[in-house]
Write a protein that binds this ligand. Structure first.
Ligand code: F3S
Length: 412
């Protein structure tokens, strides 16, 4: 691997032991994969943030870097933690689990990572520009950064993300390179006036069809609602491994179908119409009609606009006392919701905000829920394994109606 003079100094330890360790990791992995060089990155986003996913090995990796005096060389944000950092006791988080989570928090603090604890780092001060190279993990953030913002990042793995944060560079391969960003699969959207629910279903379908290929979508209206693409990308990165998609006429690298495919040939389109929509929604539900234990929304973390929409639906309603209704987001959004009066409305209806974490990366399975409902395609995909419950996917309107009734009456 070719290194610059500065990188050679870093590898020798002239910028500190933490930086040396980061460079050792990057160069050894790079050489194993035959990567030609490193590339400077503008920011990092790390998933070494929840004990539920990283276990003792991840905690030790963070603490090792912290004990060597390492600091983030570039702005570095962290994905959701494994619990609400303020209300963890009130939410019955086991104490031994919480202790490990606090070690993660302390190490991230020592490394000077920005403690936003969210999967939407692009909403809290870390907004990449088109063409920026990044080292981000968190599949929903990666697909958003690549597709909607036109930035360039692979789906980094844990520890590589940490090394990249400390060294300020990552491996030059995959989606950092032009030709690896060209479309490989064509989906023709045959429906108009898509709702947020439809975008999630489309994302889920796209992931199933594409796997890790790069889909190109045609036929979509040119209207742009940021939250729709947030949900769609997250679903596609979960049901498949989509790291980048192009929407012709909408996303930065796809002004035309030819540009979206670059030098790849344009394949026959896969249709996405009424039938595919219905069939995909059915696959996203594993439960039979009946009583409901919980509704969980905010995957990816809810924006203030989504909270406003929910507050309008919940205004003057009462959620069944048998149903927990949890809204996941990050701290500053809750503050905004409070100032705008939305927090009071949703809490009066019986819903609760949970911050710093989410239903998938915290030990939600310990509540023993049998049936949960969500408006998120990504959550629908992971709930059966990560929450160990049956799942129902529906629009936010359906989620609210079911929560008020205390039961789900089945697919419309
Ligand atoms: Fe974010 Fe958790 Fe969903 S990290 S994308 S809310 S699974």
């Amino acid at each position: 691997m070719k290194l610059t003079p500065e990188e050679k100094e870093m590898l020798k330890g002239e910028r500190g032991e933490g930086c040396k360790l980061a460079m050792e990791i990057l160069t050894e992995v790079g050489e194993a994969y035959d990567v030609s060089k490193l590339i400077p990155v503008q920011s990092a986003h790390i998933v070494l943030s929840t004990y539920k996913s990283i276990f003792d090995a991840g905690v030790e990796a963070l603490e090792t870097f912290a004990s060597l005096g390492a600091k983030a060389m570039i702005p570095t944000t962290v994905d959701p933690a494994g619990m609400d950092l303020d209300r963890w006791e009130a939410l019955d988080t086991p104490k031994d689990y919480a202790k490990k989570q606090w070690r993660i928090v302390d190490a991230c603090h020592a490394l000077e990572f920005i403690p936003c604890w969210t999967c939407t780092p692009y909403l809290c001060g870390l907004l990449p520009r088109e063409g920026d190279h990044l080292a981000w993990t968190e599949s929903s953030a990666v697909v958003f950064a690549n597709s909607i913002l036109g930035a360039r990042t692979n789906r980094e793995t844990a520890v590589i993300d940490l090394a990249a944060a400390v060294a300020g560079r990552t491996l030059y391969h995959g989606l950092h390179i032009d030709e690896n960003r060209w479309g490989q699969l064509l989906i023709e959207v045959q429906l108009k006036c898509l709702t947020p629910e439809h975008y999630n279903i489309l994302g889920y379908f796209m992931g199933e069809q594409a796997g890790t290929k790069i889909p190109v979508l045609i036929g979509m209206e040119k209207t742009f609602r940021f939250e729709n693409f947030k949900g769609m990308g997250a679903a596609s990165a979960a049901s498949g491994g989509v790291p980048l998609f192009h929407v012709v006429g909408v996303t930065p690298e796809a002004p035309t179908i030819e540009k979206a495919f670059g030098q790849n040939s344009v394949p026959d389109p896969i249709p996405f119409g009424e039938i595919q929509m219905k069939e995909t929604k059915a696959r996203m539900c594993t439960a039979e009609p009946g009583t409901l234990d919980a509704v969980m929304v905010g995957c990816p973390h809810y924006t203030i606009t989504e909270i406003r929409d929910l507050a309008r639906l919940l205004d003057g309603r009462k959620i069944s006392p048998n149903v927990r209704f949890w809204i996941y987001t990050y701290k500053s959004t809750i503050l905004l919701a409070e100032r705008l009066g939305y927090k009071e409305i949703v809490e009066k209806a019986g819903a609760e905000f949970i911050s710093d974490t989410c239903m998938i990366v915290s030990p939600t399975e310990l509540y023993g829920f049998k049936r949960i409902m969500t408006d998120s395609g990504k959550c629908a995909y992971y709930a059966p394994t990560q929450i160990q419950s049956d799942v129902i996917f529906g629009s936010i309107q359906e989620c609210v109606e079911s929560a008020v009734k205390g039961e789900w009456t089945g697919l419309a």
